[in-house]
Design a protein around this ligand. Structure first.
Ligand code: GDP
Length: 452
């Protein structure tokens, strides 16, 4: 592999700038232009003071170089980091000298990619490096550090071991010519599948926690015009942010605000009224409402309870029937004319409120909290999956486990179970990088910054 080099500190003027080089030829290249004060052979994890000189023997900078001898380095290769005075001109000059002497410019993320390709870290750990660099909150960085330390990799190894051993048991059973699965084998399979189910289920659930703490729970308020969406939002936010109006369809775009329930941020999204759109602008609003309700974690569907149900209300009921939704019967101060039985049939939680008279709000918060199990959300001491790519692979694995469990329940041939188990191993391997294509690897590392 070639020897790569890049400026690792961010562009601009700084007290110190760092140029990083990694590869077998790293020290040979360095020796062409680095004149150390102490000429002895550098030991790993030591610093040397010296001068960088160009081809004409002119001094470019006084520097400190740190040495990392293979295999104990970030990339597992020979590595050095040149600590320069942090001016752009100086750093670019030194970079150019490295290139002239045989190093090649590193791609974004190439140092970390080498750490992965050389087996020092797995793919999930490499991805944690990006998350750590990009972390916006304390909690996020904490989750990234844990993942970097290998907490997710360890958990996946534990699950993978169980899957592999179960697979081995099943393959042995299949090899019996009479193809007869005794009771013990079947109950053992379902016992182990249950264990895997629980472990993957916990990881899957943890993603929601990670996402919630990072982005907040997305709560969409939907309802036809005049149902009271803006009034509810105002009430929740306790301030006049949204436009409350009698004219239908004026809330054309969406408004987003955060509130806290049980210490968890809730991102409230008010949408344009859902109805048969008459003009183009409103059409966008309606489509957006539909989209937002799809993207949200929970939908608050608000109805004007003082009126009888009409077709538009029914459309909204239809929209939420397969969603995590709470039905709000608003304007109860005007009396209830809506057909409650028809709504109850949907089997969703129903909360009666009056946005105008501020009735039922506490009950609404409690219902939201219970529906999302907000009180159970905690970060400390728990493994949290925070990466979208990992989440979908964990969900896929979990689905395969569920299918395998169905096979056992229905007493179908167990070789089908083994094919699901193989899928699980494949999916989990995509998280750690064992069974991932080069394209995916390239895509992941392309998100890195230069010099990392
Ligand atoms: P949106 O179109 O769904 O956002 O509905 P608005 O929040 O703009 O409310 C429409 C109309 O209903 C306004 O005149 C509000 O004052 C009124 N309204 C909203 N909630 C209540 C309520 O609980 N009781 C009564 N009586 N009127 C309400």
């Amino acid at each position: 592999m070639s020897t790569i080099v890049a400026i690792s500190t961010s562009p601009g003027i700084g007290g110190i700038g760092i140029i990083r080089m990694s590869g077998n030829e790293c020290f040979d290249i360095l020796n062409q232009f680095f004149v150390p004060k102490n000429k002895s052979k550098a030991k790993s994890y030591t610093l040397k003071y010296g001068k960088i000189v160009d081809n004409f023997g002119e001094i470019v900078d006084e520097v400190l170089v740190s040495f990392f001898l293979a295999p104990k380095s970030y990339t597992t290769e020979n590595m050095c980091e040149i600590n320069t005075h942090g001016g752009t001109v100086v750093m670019n000059k030194i970079l150019e000298i490295c290139l002239k002497n045989g190093a090649v410019l590193a791609e974004p993320g190439e140092f970390t990619k080498r750490a992965f390709l050389n087996g020092r870290i797995d793919l999930s750990q490499a991805e944690a490096v990006i998350d750590l660099i990009n972390a916006k909150t304390d909690k996020e960085s904490k989750v990234a550090v844990e993942q970097l330390e290998g907490s997710l990799s360890q958990k996946l190894k534990e699950i993978r071991k169980k899957v592999l051993s179960l697979l081995a048991d099943i393959e042995v059973t299949i090899d019996y010519p009479e193809y007869d699965v005794d009771e013990v084998t079947e109950s053992k399979i379902s016992h182990v599948l249950k264990e895997i189910d629980i472990l993957l289920g916990a990881l899957e659930k943890s993603f929601l926690n990670g996402k919630i703490l990072r982005e907040g729970v997305k709560v969409a308020i939907i309802g036809k015009p005049n149902a009271g969406k803006s009034s509810l939002l105002n009430l929740i936010l306790n301030e006049e942010r949204a436009i409350v109006t009698d004219i239908e369809g004026t809330t054309r775009d969406t408004i987003e605000e955060f509130i806290n329930i049980d210490g968890v941020p809730l991102k409230i999204i008010d949408t344009a009224g859902i109805r048969n759109a008459k003009d183009a602008v409103e059409k966008i609003g309606v489509e957006k409402s539909l989209k937002i309700s799809v993207d949200s974690d929970i939908v608050l569907a608000i109805f004007d309870a003082s009126k009888e149900m009409d077709d538009e209300d029914r459309k909204i009921l239809d929209l939420i029937k397969n969603k995590n939704a709470i039905i709000l019967l608003n304007k109860i101060d005007l009396g209830i004319a809506i057909n409650k039985v028809e709504i109850e049939d949907l089997g969703k939680k129903i909360v009666e409120i009056s946005a105008k008279d501020k009735l039922g709000v506490e009950n609404l918060y409690e219902t939201i909290s219970k529906s999302l199990k907000l009180s159970e959300i905690a970060v400390d001491g728990e493994l949290i999956v925070s990466n979208n790519r990992h989440k979908s692979l964990i969900i896929n694995s979990h689905n395969h486990v569920k299918k395998a469990q169905e096979i056992i329940e229905q007493k179908l041939p167990i070789d089908i179970v083994s094919s699901y188990l193989k899928e699980i191993i494949e999916e989990m391997g995509k998280i750690t990088g064992e069974s991932v294509t080069e394209d995916v690897i390239n895509e992941i590392f392309a998100k890195f910054c230069l010099g990392k």
